[in-house]
Structure formats: C-alpha cells, structure tokens
Write a protein that binds this ligand. Structure first.
Ligand code: FAD
Ligand code: N01
Length: 538
C-alpha cells in the first residue's frame, strides 16, 4: 500500500477510532485525555451507535440502566438521572449526547464518514483509512469500535423488493415518527427486537400479523419507574456496585450462585426459579450453575418458562406455538419483554408459524406464505444483524503482505483475546469476536477493552515502541481456548447469531468467549502484566 493517494487530503493522527457508539466515545475521551491525537469517524450523522440506529417502538435496554451506563467517571454517574429501570431508546440516546457534550468530544468526531478501506502501510507501520466521502486518514493505531450488532440484515426472500407499502428494519428505523394507526402490519422475526416492538405495534395497528420461524425464551422486565429512593440507594453504593459488575462473570449485578439445580428438590427448584422470575430479565438464567451446561438442568428451566407462557397466553394452541423447543434455554440471547406473550391475547393480533414453511415470496400487496396471500400496509423486518464480524468484513481491511481480513476470517473469525489479529499490527477491535462482548453487560465489556487498549498504547509510548502485533501462536492458542470453553456448554447447539447461523453461508463458529467477564479480565490483565505476553513489540 502506498503512503497516500494524491487525489485525497490526508490527516495524520496517533489513533483513529471507527464508530461513535459507547465504545468509540469512551475510547476517544480516554485517549484524548492522555494526550494522544485522535479522530473518530462515524458513518451515521450523529453519535449513539446502536441507540442512534435502533429507534423502533419499544426499543430499550435489557440490563438495568444504572449498570448499563458508563462507570468511568463518578461525577457523571452521580449526576445522571435515569427515569426507568430499563431506559427507552430516546433516553439512552439523550445520555449518549450528554456524555459527548459534557466531555466536549464532538470536535474530534467526523460524521457521515463511512470507512471503506483500512490498509496497513508497511513503510512506516501506520494505517491509511479511506472513507466513502473522499477523505483519507492516517494514524499509527487503528481502533475498530464498529459494533457487534451494527449491520442490519434483510432476509433472503423471493421478490423482496416488490412490496409497494412501507418497509422497515428495526435496526435502521427512520427518524420521523412512524404511525401504524389504521394499518395492517406484518412483523417478521421474533428475536429481542421483534419481542420488544410487537406489543407496541399491536397497540397502534388495526391488525398485526406476526411471522414466527423460531420462538424464543423471554422473561418479563418488570419495567417500572426508578423511584427517588431506589436511585438514592444505587448512588450511595455506586462504586461497590460497579466493582461487583466488573468482577462478575456477566458484567451484570444479578445474584450469582455456586449451586447446581440438582442440589435441590423439585419443589425447591421451582421456588427458586419462581423467585428469579420475579426479579426479571437475566436473573432466571443465573438461578443455578448448570442451566446452560447440563441438558437435564436446562430442561427444568425450559419447562418452567413453557409453563409461564401457557399461563400468559389464553389460547392453548397459540401458547404451544410460542414455546421454544428447538434450542436449549439461554443458548440464544434471552429476550426481556413487557407484555409480549399477552399481546397474543388481543383480537387484532395473529401469529403465523413459519417453522414448517418459509415465506414463499413478497408481493406488491404483502406476502405469500403456505399458499395464503396476505395483504399489508407495512412490513417490519425484525430479522437481526450480520453479528460480530459483519461490520469488519464489510470494510476492505488489509494487513501485512496485503492480507485481507475478510480472507483471513473466511472460515470464521480468529483473534488474540478478541482484541488483536495476527498479521494486522497496531489494529485493535473493541468487543471483537473471541471476547465476552455480547454474552455480558456490554458496557462493562466495552470499558474493560478500552482501558486495556489505552493502557497498551501508553505502555508503547513510554517504552519507545511503535508497533504491536499478536503472534500467530498466541492467536491460535486463544482461538482453541474460546472453542474449548464453548464446547463445555450447550450454546453451540442453538442455531443462533452467536454461531453465525442467521446468515446463509457464514461459517459456523461460536464467536464470543463464554468463559465469563471476570475470568477474561484476569487473563487480559495477566497478559499485560507479563509484558504483553503473546504480542510482538517493536
Ligand atoms: P455500536 O453501538 O454498534 O456502534 C458502532 C458504530 O460504528 C455505529 O454507529 C456504526 O454506524 C459505526 N460504524 C460501523 N461500521 C462503520 C464504518 N465502516 N465506518 C464508520 N462507522 C462505522 N447490550 C447490552 O449489554 N445491554 C442491552 O440492553 C443492549 N440492548 C441492545 C438493544 C439493541 C436494539 C441492540 C441492537 C443491541 C443492544 N445491546 C445491548 C448491544 C449493544 O450493541 C451494545 O450494548 C453497545 O451499544 C455497543 O456499542 P458499540 O459502540 O460497541 O457499537
Ligand atoms: O435479531 P435476532 P434481533 N424468515 O437475530 C427471524 C440485541 N438486542 O434484532 O430464529 C423468517 O435475534 C429469526 O428467526 P430464526 C440482542 O443481543 C437486544 O431481534 O432465525 N424469519 C429471528 O426470530 C439480540 O440477541 C435488545 O428462526 C427470519 C429474528 O428474525 C440481538 O440484538 C433488543 C428470517 C431475528 O432475531 C439481535 O436481536 C434488540 C427469515 N428469512 C436487540 N430471517 C434488548 O432487549 C431471520 N428471521 C436489549
């Protein structure tokens, strides 16, 4: 790669960050405050990442906002007021903008700038990035904060472009208000996005038809306003709570247990599951140590949720259709809902089971499924993302010897710690494949990665080194470790986006590190303490 192309204006930095979600924003703040010259480039017109793009009705977090937020600045967390237990998307976006303004970050951000190429320049060990708007950027270090769930995916369906009504994807929702009043609406997909949006759309639409290929396990959020007293209690103990979250396996603060389900009688098991159900969200998954490692234990939890679904849904046949049976409980991201199952008790909602027959085609008026023609005013695709690798493999990233990252990852992503890739010196990924990322409270994962990367850059600066690269041996050992730990669980059994099963042709590899946040943090700290073991520094 040549140092620059004369048709572009090139700016030079110590570090370039790509992506203005929670990861990129914190990385920018931290690097800049330590004296690095840095620019952040973002495809969108404003910061927010996930919370900029996912504006569908019902979008909110599934980790309590008091912990699904930055912990790096005590004054920030003490000053900010969350109105509800799980904040809605507009409030999270408001928080993002508050952070950007509070730390005066926008002056180092460039919006409407989609990076299309990132090439390593061997002559001087720098990265040259080229955007879609004819700008180029050079930097010693390149940090991809491009997100695990940032490339929305439209399914492959015959004549998908022929619908004459309104088409939406939950992950690229319009900024203008969408009003479904008096409309016949279809939602395709029943993952977390579908499960959050379906109850809201049902309340507005004349009729809602839900097309479900695979039912998912969902637990109630028990959403409520955050009272002044609750907020006070959180804030009085904030630093302890944050520390607990950082050193937990999930990055969240639900009760962890040392007990197997088999330590209890059947009655005690049900009582504990009931208690956890009452706490909401991921508490259920953490009820016993072996729910996602032992098939018999898993069945107890699955059956518990099936019974809850049967209680919540009036029509027994619909209830059975909503009970997940083709994957173990917890092996797809657990969904967290408000009135999801109850929505199917409404007169204006129909559930269509697609498990035996896919949609045969989209038509100008709607769609055809199982020889039935459906007519709609709007179709909502809640069909997910090219997760974990999509945002990176879309970019033409080339390392030493002009090696392409997409080629290197053709059989599945490989990395050292999900942070660094052999053959791609001075390049870092925040929450990359091979790190706990999507299996945790991602705020904790993000802060841990950013802190580690920034410490690493400071170490290089202090030791007069300018190049760091993961060794092929360390990378290969880590990939085997990620795979080995996944195989001790039931996770690989599910056709989830964790294994790339939602994208036809994507290699089936369990991508996140399932060994837990606390264990992973210790490994990363140990690597740094041992002089960046597994990396070559020059
Ligand atoms: P993102 O927020 O995805 O930001 C990445 C940014 O990079 C985007 O703005 C994108 O436009 C930009 N980008 C990508 N490619 C390029 C390019 N080539 N050039 C320029 N810019 C580029 N996690 C939780 O832990 N708890 C939750 O409750 C939770 N809720 C979620 C709800 C939804 C609807 C979704 C989709 C995800 C949720 N997640 C949740 C996961 C969520 O993605 C993370 O928590 C977090 O917001 C990720 O931040 P990020 O900065 O790493 O990535
Ligand atoms: O996407 P998904 P998502 N025909 O991939 C179906 C986070 N998140 O956007 O399972 C018919 O989970 C597909 O069916 P199947 C969270 O990490 C969090 O909902 O492949 N159906 C599935 O039902 C989450 O896990 C929140 O059989 C098709 C659905 O579309 C991740 O983002 C909220 C199809 C896709 O589900 C992704 O969630 C939102 C086809 N051709 C997102 N193709 C919170 O609550 C796909 N489907 C915090």
């Amino acid at each position: 790669m040549h140092a620059s192309d004369s048709s572009y204006t090139t700016s030079h930095y110590d570090a370039i960050i790509v992506g203005a979600g929670f990861s990129g924003i914190y990385a920018l703040h931290k690097l800049r405050s330590l004296g690095f010259s840095v620019a952040l480039l973002e495809a969108a017109s404003a910061p927010g990442g996930t919370w900029f793009w996912n504006r569908y009705p019902g979008a909110r977090c599934d980790i309590q906002s008091m912990v699904y937020s930055y912990s790096f600045d005590d004054k920030l967390q003490q000053d900010w007021h969350w109105s509800e237990r799980y904040a809605r998307q507009p409030e999270i976006l408001k928080y993002v903008n508050h952070v950007v303004n509070r730390f005066d970050l926008e002056r180092n951000m460039q919006f409407n700038t989609r990076i299309e190429r990132a090439h390593f320049v061997e002559e001087d060990s720098s990265w040259l990035l080229t955007a879609d708007n004819a700008t180029q950027y050079r930097a010693r270090f390149c940090i991809f904060a491009t997100g695990c769930l940032s490339v929305p995916r439209m399914p492959v369906i015959n004549r998908i472009d022929t619908f004459s009504g309104d088409v939406y994807h939950t992950g690229a929702w319009p900024h203008d208000t969408v009003d479904f009043t008096d409309q016949k609406v279809a939602v395709i997909g029943t993952g977390s996005s579908g499960i959050q949006s379906i109850p809201m759309i049902a309340k507005q639409a004349k009729h809602l038809t839900v097309f479900q290929r695979t039912p998912n396990f969902s637990t109630p959020a028990w959403q409520s306003p955050l009272t002044a007293n609750e907020e006070k209690q959180w804030k009085e103990d904030y630093s302890n709570i944050r520390e607990m979250a950082r050193h937990s396996e999930s990055g969240d603060i639900y009760e962890e247990t040392p007990h197997s389900v088999f330590n209890y009688s059947a009655q005690e098991q049900q009582a504990e599951l009931e208690r956890r159900w009452g706490q909401g969200a991921f508490n259920l998954q953490a009820a016993f140590t072996d729910l996602v490692t032992d098939e018999k234990a898993n069945k107890i939890a699955a059956e518990f949720v099936h019974n809850k679904i049967r209680q919540r849904v009036d029509d027994p046949e619909i209830a059975e259709l909503l009970c997940p049976r083709n994957h173990p409980f917890g092996t797809k991201r657990l969904c967290v809902d408000t009135d999801y199952y109850e929505t199917f008790n409404r007169d204006n909602v129909t559930l269509i089971d697609m498990s035996k027959a896919p949609i045969s085609s989209i038509t100008a008026q709607g769609l055809n499924h199982n020889n039935v023609e459906y007519q709609f005013d709007a179709i909502v695709f809640a069909t997910g993302f090219d997760a974990m690798t999509g945002a990176l493999t879309k970019i033409d990233i080339r390392g030493t010897d002009d090696q392409s990252l997409a080629d290197k990852w053709a059989s599945g992503p490989v990395s050292y710690l999900g942070l660094s890739i052999s053959g791609f010196p001075n390049l870092f990924t925040i929450t990359g494949p091979g790190s706990p990322s999507v299996l945790t409270n991602m705020m904790v994962a993000i802060e841990q990665h950013v802190d580690w990367i920034v410490d690493c850059l400071c170490h290089l600066r202090e030791s007069n080194k300018s190049v760091i690269e993961a060794s092929p041996e360390a990378e290969s050992t880590w990939v085997k470790q990620v795979e080995a730990v996944a195989q001790t669980t039931l996770y690989p059994q599910a056709n989830s986006w964790y294994v790339g099963a939602n994208i036809p042709g994507k290699p089936r590899v369990f991508m996140p590190y399932v060994g837990g946040m606390a264990t992973y943090r210790d490994i990363c700290d140990d690597v740094a303490d041992m002089g960046y073991r597994g990396f070559n520094l020059n």
